[in-house]
Design a protein around this ligand. Structure first.
Ligand code: SAM
Length: 255
């Protein structure tokens, strides 16, 4: 599926806040080898490089456009185009970090233990995933996709909702982790400008719908979504649109 770094970074500060909140709970002091899975245009990798300037940092992403954008930054990292579902590091990592990536990757029951196996003993695994799939921003897209005009073409789009319950992540990691820190935060994003929620979701959650349609059909779908989502998230008199957004965080220290 196509990613557009510019659309994604339109709300770069807001999106990177969760990356910083996740990193703040990682205790590793001087890791030698750090991997940023789903590094995107490098916004999360920049935080890792600033925190651990001496570490060897790998930024991994399966989007050519995102990796190309990351290459244009001054961040000291190796940029690697690879799918995290099959990625393996060239040497075990001290920290494996993934901010806002795993919601796009299936089968966490297999993925997470496999990634933990790529850590050194007592290494740290840290990830954050959105848990807002029942909020209007997503429910409206699904509602439109279920209408007769779109149903046939969009029936399979929902498959990317891979996120598990917090208790399931705990149970998955418990046998292989010495300590697990798991929590949720419901941010209330304050977004500026017209059609703010539409523009936010266009860079992420709407991509699978957009990619499954072409031409006029795509435009009609997006116009319908834009109108309904503007009603669900009205812009306030001061120009701000409030966008509640729940996220799940997990930091596990390997046994
Ligand atoms: C929402 S962005 C997160 C970017 C950045 N980590 C951040 O904190 O803002 C998700 C990134 O995950 C990447 N991604 C999605 N599925 C992937 C996969 N299977 N393998 C590697 N990267 C993937 C996408 O290309 C995209 O750049």
């Amino acid at each position: 599926m196509s990613w557009d770094p510019k659309t994604y970074l339109a709300f770069g500060d807001e999106r990177t806040r969760a990356a910083a909140d996740l990193l703040a709970r990682v205790a590793a002091e001087a890791p030698e080898h750090v991997a940023d899975l789903g590094c995107g245009p490098g916004n999360s990798t920049a935080l890792l490089a600033a925190r651990w300037p001496r570490a060897k940092i790998d930024g991994i992403d399966n989007s050519r456009a995102m990796i190309a954008e990351a290459h244009t930054t001054p961040i000291q990292a190796r940029w690697i185009e690879a799918d995290v579902a099959s990625w393996a590091p060239d040497a075990p990592c001290d920290v494996i970090y993934a901010n806002a990536t795993f919601q796009w990757v299936a089968n966490h029951e297999v993925l997470l233990p496999r990634l933990m196996s790529h850590l050194v003993p007592y290494g740290t695994f840290a990830f954050q995933v959105p848990r807002n799939f029942h909020e209007p921003s997503h429910a409206i897209a699904q509602e439109i996709a279920g209408e007769s005009r779109w149903r046939d073409k969009l029936a399979r789009v929902r498959e990317w909702w891979n996120v598990l319950e917090p208790e399931a992540y705990y149970a998955l990691l418990e046998p292989i982790a010495e300590r697990i820190d798991i929590w949720e935060t419901r941010y209330v994003q304050t977004l500026e400008g017209d059609d703010a929620v539409y523009r936010w979701v266009l860079g992420t959650g709407l991509r699978p719908y957009r990619d499954a349609l072409e031409g006029e059909e795509r435009e009609a779908f997006l116009a319908e979504y834009r109108q309904r989502v503007a009603q669900a998230y009205p812009r306030r008199a001061n120009g701000i649109t409030l966008f509640p957004f729940q996220r799940l965080f997990c930091v596990a220290k390997k046994s």
